[in-house]
Design a protein around this ligand. Structure first.
Ligand code: IMP
Ligand code: MG
Length: 174
C-alpha cells in the first residue's frame, strides 16, 4: 500500500451527478422498461447507485469480460468470462460501464450484443477519457464525468484489484 491517492471527484459531487443522469435517463425512457447490463466488476458500484435513482422499471443483468492486452492497453479481443443470464431480445438495453478508455472493449461488446437483437442498445458510463479513444465509433449516450488522461480508482475502479471500495474517485500517484 505505497500509492498515494489524490481526490479528483468528491463523493458528494459523484452522487449529485449520478442523480442528474438518472433523472435524464428516466425522462428519456418514460413509459419503457430498461434492461441494465452491468459490466463487472468496475461497473457494479455505479450500477447500484444509478438503478436506485431511475424511476422507470429496471431489470438487471451482469456480464464479465476480460480484454486481452499487454500492460495497460486493451487489445479489443474480448473474452466473455461471465455471459448474461437472460436473453436481451426485444429489450431496451442500457450498458453501464465504469470508464471508457480506448473504447476497444465496448466496441467489441456492442457489436456482439447487437447480434442478439435487442430493441435498442445505449451506453452509460461513470467516466470518459475521450483523449484516449481509439474506437471513434463508440458513442456514449450518458456520461457522468469527462476526465483527463490519468489513471483513476474508486467507485468500482481498481488498481491491481485495490481501491474499488473508495466512495470517491481519485488519481493514483505512484
Ligand atoms: P478500453 O477497452 O481501453 O476502453 O478499456 C476500458 C477498461 O479499462 C475499463 O472498463 C477499465 O476496466 C479499465 N480502465 C481504463 N482506464 C482505467 C483507469 O483509469 N482506472 C482503472 N481502470 C481503467
Ligand atoms: Mg471495466
Amino acid at each position: 500500500m505505497s500509492e498515494k491517492i489524490r481526490v479528483l471527484l468528491e463523493e458528494e459531487q459523484v452522487d449529485k451527478r449520478i442523480r442528474e443522469v438518472a433523472e435524464q435517463i428516466s425522462r428519456d425512457y418514460a413509459g419503457k422498461q430498461i434492461h441494465m447490463i452491468c459490466i463487472l466488476k468496475g461497473g457494479v458500484f455505479f450500477t447500484c447507485e444509478l438503478a436506485k435513482r431511475v424511476t422507470v422499471p429496471v431489470s438487471l443483468d451482469f456480464m464479465s469480460v476480460s480484454s486481452y492486452g499487454s500492460g495497460t492497453e486493451s487489445s479489443g479481443v474480448v473474452r466473455i468470462v461471465k455471459d448474461l443470464d437472460e436473453s436481451i431480445e426485444g429489450k431496451e438495453v442500457l450498458i453501464v460501464e465504469d470508464i471508457i478508455d480506448s473504447g476497444r472493449t465496448l466496441a467489441y461488446l456492442i457489436e456482439m450484443l447487437k447480434k442478439r437483437n435487442p430493441k435498442s442498445i445505449h451506453l452509460c458510463t461513470l467516466l470518459d477519457k475521450p483523449e484516449r479513444r481509439v474506437k471513434k465509433q463508440v458513442t456514449v449516450d450518458y456520461t457522468c464525468f469527462t476526465i483527463p488522461d490519468e489513471f483513476v480508482v474508486g467507485y468500482g475502479l481498481d488498481y491491481d484489484q485495490k481501491y474499488r471500495n473508495l466512495p470517491y474517485i481519485g488519481v493514483v500517484e505512484l
